[in-house]
Design a protein around this ligand. Structure first.
Ligand SMILES: Nc1ncnc2c1ncn2[C@@H]1O[C@H](COP(=O)(O)OP(=O)(O)O)[C@@H](O)[C@H]1O
Ligand SMILES: [Mg+2]
Length: 398
């Protein structure tokens, strides 16, 4: 993984002469204090982050926390007051006008919440708009528009007008336009926030699907924690212009680090993040007799497997003890194998595992081929679902 985008100590004060505010921030003042003493609005206070190539990097926070300001600073729609923004090592903040134009046209694309489509241009014309600005010839950009429209599932809509499309379709046009320029970095500012929930989920799935082949570097801004968890490779959480927590979705849910972040995590169904595999005890089957193996379940019993690794039955503790004492495993034993085990797949959520759990019945965790890979005890399921482990006191940054 290589770093594509790096933000270093970025500050944004909305003022023509931000120096007094910047001095206060450097001395540790917060946004509210700066506002009271200088009347200046702080958009960003000392934000640093690093985005790896191919990542979907989520910036999440309440309204007014500075997310859009960050997005707009990155392509200099907002002029940063202090700090550096490095795109492949090149400082965007120091870029001259021509250089900046070039960056905006070819290296960073933006997708906005409110589609920003030109109403009196066709869908194809909208999709190719960025290329037109680049001076690409009509034939080439039309071909490219057709390409990207088909990527986002709008192959036959090129000659229609935006008002003929649903909200979800219009957002796809916005996405197509961003993809058309071939920019490596996409900034999506609340791109799905205006869509109704069903369409929104669809667009999220679509983005994940597209990203598997496109492998863009995406900075995705949202106020929706669920969306951040679903899409994010990493998540940065902002509050009052500051980055208060950064990490993988799992690490943030397990260890929010502050009440502010914990409040978001409480809202999510924790178990959705963790699958049966994450809590299971792996098994190590040993040969039992010709064609059969035994996997102990850790509670005194065992699961008997055929030579394909599939569970054929449960061995009770007594029989198992007998085997340990040297009694041979014979057909008679096989005939008495119990079948009362429960099976879940590795990828099943812990919540589903909890629902499947039955007292006294071993839980077999199987892979996609149905082969046993682990067992899952009730207390492990609950521990996985239950509240986060205590985290070390102190620092908010990961
Ligand atoms: N052009 C502007 N002039 C003055 N203040 C602004 C401007 N744009 C944003 N702000 C302020 O900066 C802060 C962050 O805003 P914004 O980045 O839009 O938040 P978010 O996108 O997280 O909702 C807010 O306090 C907002 O009022
Ligand atoms: Mg915003």
């Amino acid at each position: 993984m290589t770093e594509r985008l790096r933000v270093e100590n970025l500050c944004k004060v909305f003022s023509k002469s931000p120096e007094p505010a910047l001095r206060m921030l450097a001395a540790g003042a917060k946004k509210s204090e700066v506002l009271t003493k200088t009347g200046m609005v702080v958009g960003l206070n000392d934000v640093s982050l690093s985005v790896q190539s191919g990542a979907i990097y989520m910036v999440m926070g309440l309204s007014g926390s500075g997310k859009s300001t960050l997005a707009r600073c990155i392509n200099r729609l907002n002029e940063p007051s202090a700090g550096r923004i490095l795109l492949d090592g090149q400082d965007i903040v120091a870029a001259g006008e021509a250089e900046l134009r070039d960056i905006r046209r070819t290296r960073i694309s933006m997708v906005f919440q409110h589609f920003a489509l030109l109403p009196n241009r066709t869908v194809a014309e909208n999709a190719e708009f960025g290329l037109k600005l680049q001076g690409v010839s009509p034939q080439v950009r039309r071909r490219r528009a057709e390409e990207v429209l088909s990527i986002v599932g709008l192959a036959r809509w090129g000659n229609h007008y935006p008002h003929e499309l649903s909200g979800g379709m219009r957002q796809r046009v916005g996405l197509a336009r961003a993809l058309a320029t071939d920019a490596d970095v996409l900034i999506m500012d609340e791109a799905f926030s205006a869509l109704d929930p069903l369409i929104r989920t669809e667009m999220q799935d679509e983005l994940l699907r597209l990203q598997r082949t496109l492998k863009k570097t995406i900075l995705f801004i949202t106020h929706d924690f669920q969306e951040a968890l679903k899409l994010g490779t990493r998540i940065a959480i902002m509050a009052d212009g500051e980055l208060v927590r950064e990490g993988t979705p799992q690490s943030i849910v397990l260890d929010p680090g502050s009440d502010y972040v914990a409040a978001f995590t409480r809202e999510v169904d924790r178990s959705r993040l963790f699958d049966a595999r994450s809590a299971m005890s792996p098994v190590q089957p040993v040969p039992l007799t010709a064609g059969l193996c035994l996997a102990e379940t850790g509670d005194g019993g065992g699961l008997v497997l055929d030579d394909g690794g599939h569970v054929v039955g449960v061995l009770d503790a007594e029989t198992l003890r007998g085997l340990r004492e040297g009694k041979p495993y014979g057909d008679a034993n096989f005939g008495t194998l119990r079948k009362d085990f429960v099976t879940v797949r590795e990828c099943d959520s812990l919540l589903d595992a909890a629902r499947a759990h039955r007292a006294g019945r071993p839980m077999a965790v199987v892979d996609e081929e149905g082969r046993l890979t682990g067992t899952l005890a009730g207390d492990r399921i609950l521990a996985g679902i239950a509240s986060a482990p205590p985290h070390p006191a102190g620092g908010l940054h990961a």
